[in-house]
Design a protein around this ligand. Structure first.
Ligand SMILES: Nc1ncnc2c1ncn2[C@@H]1O[C@H](COP(=O)(O)OP(=O)(O)OP(=O)(O)O)[C@@H](O)[C@H]1O
Length: 274
């Protein structure tokens, strides 16, 4: 779905952020992008969405190099949706309905199609009742859910989430993760930048670790989180479930599983077996 080749990006002030990123992402993959503050995760997403143009290297979408002319950018916006960390950067319309309608309207959808996609996205994010409210008067979590709806309404094939659950209460965080899983089950490719190793370990098919603008590791969560040296070098913690599983194994309180548990529920099931 996405091929990133030797991607370099330097901000206009000379800050060199991406220093040769190589990555291939398959259709329907769930990819957690990890890495310390300032390692370039958001910048990479902005390059994937065409907001930043590669200084060197290239990005291919479905095998075709990203084009930066008007037609090319429309194609990128249609295919790749991004939900930024801070919803304030993404909200600018007078009410929530228009906010969510903005994208599909710009993509040239017909009136009825715009309305249908807006209502479906509002419902998916549980913000239908806010549709006439000005986005700027909403709470942080409500704003976040509106920004997700405003991206979903364009039916992208790839969704990039920067710390998606950061501002959400537990109920809405779970609801958003369920919605992300539902979209993924429909074949949508999901990339999620996160500092939450527990979430990455439980959710991702693949964990990519960025460090100083290069990919330091890319593999299954088991491969990445069992690499002690990598964790030490990049400051990543071992996920809580994996740490607890190892401690229980060491003390002989549970039997070893074919593969380590990834969620609290899987760990509980192993404990209850004994
Ligand atoms: N507009 C800008 N101009 C210059 N430098 C920038 C700009 N935006 C970001 N940077 C710099 O680029 C580097 C990477 O930032 P980026 O936001 O991509 O990192 P990140 O991995 O997403 O960090 P975090 O985990 O804190 O969200 C940082 O050093 C940051 O200061």
């Amino acid at each position: 779905m996405i091929t990133i080749e030797k991607l370099r990006y330097t901000y206009p002030d000379g800050t060199e952020v991406l220093r040769g990123v190589d990555l291939k992402i398959g259709r329907g993959e769930r990819v957690a992008v990890l890495g310390p503050n300032g390692s370039g995760k958001s910048t990479l997403f902005l390059c994937l969405n065409g907001v930043h143009r590669a200084t060197e290297g290239r990005i291919l979408l479905e095998g075709r190099p990203m084009a930066y002319d008007k037609k090319g950018m429309l194609d990128v916006r249609r295919k790749v949706g991004v939900v930024f960390q801070d919803p304030e950067t993404q909200l600018f319309c007078v009410d929530v309905y228009q906010e969510v309608a903005f994208g599909p309207h710009n993509l040239g959808y017909g009136k009825q199609q715009v309305h249908d996609s807006v209502m479906k996205s509002l419902d998916a994010m549980d913000v239908t009742e806010l549709k006439d409210r000005p986005p700027h008067f909403l709470s942080g979590g409500q704003k976040k859910r509106v920004t997700v709806a405003s991206v979903l309404s364009m039916s992208p094939q790839v969704l990039l989430f920067d710390e998606p659950t950061a501002a959400l209460d537990p109920i809405h965080a779970r609801q958003l993760m369920e919605e992300i899983d539902r979209l993924n089950a429909e074949g949508i490719t999901i990339l999620m930048a996160t500092h939450d190793v527990d979430q990455a370990y439980a959710w991702a098919d693949r964990a990519v670790v960025l460090d100083s603008g290069v990919v330091r590791a890319s593999g299954t969560p088991d491969e990445v989180f069992c690499d002690v040296k990598l964790l030490e070098q990049t400051g990543l913690q071992t996920p809580f479930v994996l740490r607890t599983y190892r401690a229980l194994l060491r003390s002989g309180r549970i039997r070893g599983a074919d593969s380590p548990p990834h969620t609290a529920e899987e760990l509980e099931a192993l404990i209850e077996e004994v």
